[in-house]
Design a protein around this ligand. Structure first.
Ligand SMILES: [Mg+2]
Length: 314
């Protein structure tokens, strides 16, 4: 990586300069034509991209500019966490309508906060004009042995980090024009990608992993399909946010918790001491008959889990 170089004149570059001033040493190598990244020898480079769009993922009144910037980057970072990668850097493509220009400092501060929290450097990006605010974040990370969705085997335990449902509860309140509880609002506005947690789990033998960005039911289905297995979930075991019912928690998206599978049980007490969030054994991996699927064991009754969020579902 190289230090940032001087930028030429113009309003676009003034905007970039103002963000660079706020980011300070959190931004590196900006101003050249491309960023240079050097992962440790032998590691894989992992890359993912995620878009956060005004009117689609949130509306202006729900969040502060800083939260909007933070959340966009934290959400993208969760995909690196899902693969137990160590974050290196981010690239941010901003569409910044005229009405949002006065808020650029707050948005930049949120982007910087999320990058710093993940020990990632802001490596570059792009700013353009447009109709609504959108923040597209590309995240780069590295791992010697990335945790894929495809590694789950028959007999593995299924573990979930954290509690589910807070984000969905906040979203329902906001959509109804009500104030969410303080805890639920934090879950929605300031999600924490489980980066260290996932690496802890991978180091101790996790066989497959995924983050809960589309709801537990949907994302378990993705993991089951990728691994070619069935997953059976004990619904009573799933830790819920306060005042959230199970059905709502299962459908709650943008939770940014992690599900991993593992042949050997984890030391749950040690995990909880270290990270101060629950780690829960919620089920097990079975041989798939008739295709990969997720089933829940609800008091002996087998029921299909609800589908996750589909971005193209109207
Ligand atoms: Mg994901």
């Amino acid at each position: 990586m190289t230090e940032s170089v001087a930028l030429g004149p113009g309003a676009e570059f003034d905007a970039i300069r103002s963000m660079l001033d706020r980011w300070g040493p959190r931004a590196w190598g900006i101003g050249d034509d491309a960023a240079v990244v050097t992962p440790p020898r032998g590691d894989h480079l992992l890359v993912s991209v995620d878009a956060s769009i005004e009117g689609k993922h949130w509306v202006r009144e729900w969040l502060t500019p800083r939260e909007i910037g933070y959340r966009a980057v934290a959400a993208a970072m969760s995909d690196l966490a899902a693969m137990a990668a160590r974050p290196v850097g981010i690239l941010v493509a901003l569409v910044l309508p005229v009405s949002w220009r006065p808020e650029l400092a707050g948005i930049a501060d949120g982007i910087g906060e999320a990058a710093e929290l993940a020990h990632a450097t802001i490596l570059g990006g792009n700013v353009s004009d447009g109709g609504e605010l959108s923040i597209t974040t590309t995240v780069l990370g590295h791992a010697y042995e990335p945790l894929a969705r495809s590694g789950a085997l028959e007999g593995d335990h299924v573990y979930l980090t954290g509690r589910l449902g807070g984000t969905g509860a906040a979203l329902r309140a906001l959509q109804a024009g009500k104030a969410p509880s303080a805890d639920d609002r934090v879950r929605f506005a300031h999600p924490v990608p489980r980066i260290e947690e996932a690496r802890w789990l991978a180091d101790r033998g996790a066989s497959a992993g995924i983050d809960i960005s589309d709801g537990l039911g949907g994302d378990l289905g993705h993991l089951a399909a990728a691994s070619g297995v069935a997953i059976e979930i004990d619904l009573d075991a799933i830790p819920l946010a306060t005042n959230v019912d199970l059905r709502a928690a299962l459908a709650s998206g943008e939770e940014y918790e992690i599900v991993v599978t593992s042949r050997e049980p984890f030391d749950v007490a040690e995990f909880e001491r270290r990270f101060a969030i629950p780690l829960t054994d919620i089920g097990s991996v079975r041989i798939a008959s008739g295709g990969a699927r997720v089933r829940s064991r609800d008091g002996g009754r087998i029921v299909e889990l609800v589908r996750g969020h589909d971005h193209f579902m109207s």
